[in-house]
Design a binder for this molecule. Structure first.
Ligand code: DGP
Length: 114
């Protein structure tokens, strides 16, 4: 989608600090980090949010989660862990309407969310 920020990052129109890329998925640093570690994992194809995920996307979302885990480990989160978050629509606090997994770590995080 031409007016989607993350589609434009995936296609290289908008620059980002990329951590990983293949034909289906992209991981990059969040522009507004909420911890020493904060990156996003997105599908390159435009899926607006997790409510729109299809059963045919099962392998894709599995690969995204596995890549989120691997990158979190690379960034030193294996021992103490991290937060893996998918915000969805207005009540979930989603601000960019392109499915993304947040990985936030490097410090203790509070729970429950406000
Ligand atoms: P959410 O609220 O779950 O939709 O999170 C969207 C995240 O996307 C938020 O943490 C900030 C990040 N973000 C928004 N615009 C950009 C951008 O242009 N570049 C990068 N790297 N991150 C962005």
């Amino acid at each position: 989608m031409s007016n989607c920020i993350f589609c434009n990052i995936a296609s290289g129109i908008i620059p980002a600090q990329k951590l990983y890329e293949d034909e289906e998925i992209l991981a990059f640093q969040d522009v507004s980090p909420q911890g020493p570690v904060h990156f996003l994992v997105i599908p390159k194809k435009h899926i607006p949010n997790i409510m729109e995920l299809e059963v045919t996307d099962t392998l894709l979302i599995g690969r995204m989660l596995h890549k989120a885990q691997a990158l979190a480990q690379e960034q030193g989160c294996a021992e103490k862990g991290a937060r893996f978050v998918i915000n969805c629509k207005s009540h979930g606090g989603q601000t960019v309407d392109h499915l993304h997994i947040h990985v936030i770590g490097g410090r203790p995080l509070g729970w429950p969310p406000g």
